[in-house]
Design a protein around this ligand. Structure first.
Ligand code: NDP
Ligand code: GDR
Length: 375
């Protein structure tokens, strides 16, 4: 090992081939690679022959569980998969990683992504989700790669927040309802601004909720499917939830990462909504999950006293805990994916029913085995 392996010189602005030649390589850099979307996107890009580099945070506990199978498969990826320690709050580190990796595509999926948590960690969420996006864009420019790199920003239907119109599309005005939504609003506009100011190929994917068996356990869908599976096996008595009246447009994460990739393959950088065009109450998600486990539930009571009873056993299986209510709520999300369908040729494949079924089955399997799942 030479000294340059330990501390390679920072020569990012030197020796860059012209953009067309540079773009012939397929090198992706993903922030947030350890998250739900990061893991599906990595699979997709490796399948497409990309070299995939990911930014991971140093953690005292294991945080690469969703990528484990890709490590195990290293002989198939022939060294095309590499992880780098980093953080969206650390500009120098981002410049260094980009200079080293020289990516052709950057997917900015890293974020404090929990809406409720953002009310408790508002400044941190603003720093990582808002300014973190700026840091990444400026790191690209610092490396002299603004004409070489295509940039994807994980924007969100939380930008719409308070209902102004439905279905929500690329032209619907924004009205965020949380520190998370406000931070993502800054990120959205800085992406548009850098596209216009510096001619960068930078896109916002305005993605509506997307779920999977790899969804974090504190998001409502996974919380429900996991608890329902455990209740069906007698391992848990009751599931505690917040607002059952919120409506969401839920799709499958695997379908949505394909849309992210498609956005970066277009001749011109634009912003796109990805959604299913269907909306469902949280309450419906609960009912469907229990039904998939052959448990019929009946709702009774009102407001914080509402509960769901298992009609066979008479036991209460769902209760309300006001702790899970948010200081300001997004009541209704329903997206219009027409532009993505028309321009990108994007189509979601998984419907609501199949999504719930897949998540419940995965959680039933995990709850029935002794092995703790990693997601
Ligand atoms: P997850 O919460 O599953 O993953 C978030 C990722 O960001 C994790 O890899 C996490 O690392 C990483 N991260 C958190 N903080 C930092 C930081 N300071 N620096 C670098 N990385 C960080 O989210 P999803 O995969 O569901 O979502 C991906 C992106 O898409 C997010 O930006 C989210 O806000 C956005 N989005 C998600 C939607 C959805 O429905 N899933 C819909 C619309 C937008 P670690 O594992 O160490 O915590
Ligand atoms: P959301 O997802 O806020 O839409 O953000 P989440 O699953 O957290 O909430 C959806 C709706 O369910 C209601 N809810 C509960 N939510 C949670 N987490 N826990 C509960 O116990 C509970 N009970 C009811 C919520 O009030 C809310 O209305 C997700 C994230 O992935 C964001 O990063 C992303 O940008 C948006 O989706 C689109």
């Amino acid at each position: 090992m030479s000294i340059s392996d330990i501390a390679p010189p920072f020569n990012a602005r030197l020796n860059l081939p012209p953009a067309e030649e540079y773009q012939k390589r397929k090198v992706a850099l993903i922030s947030g690679i350890t998250g739900q979307d990061g893991s599906y996107l990595t699979e997709l890009l490796l399948e497409k022959g990309y070299h995939v580099h990911g930014i991971i945070r140093r953690s005292s506990s294991f945080n690469t569980g969703r990528l484990h199978h890709l490590y195990e498969d290293l002989h198939n990826t022939q060294g095309r998969f590499k992880l780098h320690y980093g953080d969206l709050s650390d500009s120098t580190n981002l410049v260094y990683i980009i200079a080293q990796v020289q990516p052709t595509e950057i997917y900015n999926l890293g974020a404090q992504s929990h809406v409720k948590v953002s009310f408790e960690m508002a400044e941190y969420t603003g720093d990582v989700d808002g300014l973190g996006t700026l840091r990444l864009l400026d790191a690209i420019r610092t490396c002299g790669l603004e004409k070489h790199v295509r940039f994807y920003q994980a924007s969100t239907s939380e930008l719409y927040g308070k209902v102004v119109e439905t279905p929500q599309s690329e032209t619907t005005p924004f009205y965020p309802r949380s520190p998370y939504g406000c931070a993502k609003l800054y990120a959205y506009w800085i992406v548009v601004n850098y596209r216009e100011a510096y001619g960068m190929f930078a896109c916002n994917g305005i993605l509506f909720n997307h779920e999977s068996p790899r969804r974090g356990r504190t998001f409502v869908t996974r919380k429900i499917t996991r608890a329902a599976a455990e209740i069906s096996l007698g391992k848990l008595d009751c599931l505690y939830l917040g607002n059952l009246d919120a409506q969401r447009d839920w799709g499958h994460a695997r379908d949505y990462v394909e849309g992210m990739w498609l956005m970066l393959q277009q001749p011109v950088a634009e912003d796109f909504v990805l959604a299913t065009g269907e909306t469902h109450y949280v309450r419906e998600f609960v009912e469907k999950s229990f039904t998939a486990l052959n448990i019929t539930i009946k709702w009774q009571g009102k407001g914080v006293d509402e509960e769901a009873i298992d009609t066979k056993t008479g036991k209460t299986v769902v209760k309300i805990d006001p702790r899970y209510f948010r200081p300001a709520e997004v009541d209704l999300l329903l997206g219009n994916p027409a532009k993505a369908e028309h321009v990108l040729g994007w189509q979601r494949k998984v419907d609501f029913h199949s999504l719930v079924k897949e998540m419940v089955e995965a959680d039933l399997k995990a709850a029935g085995s002794l092995v703790e799942d990693q997601n």
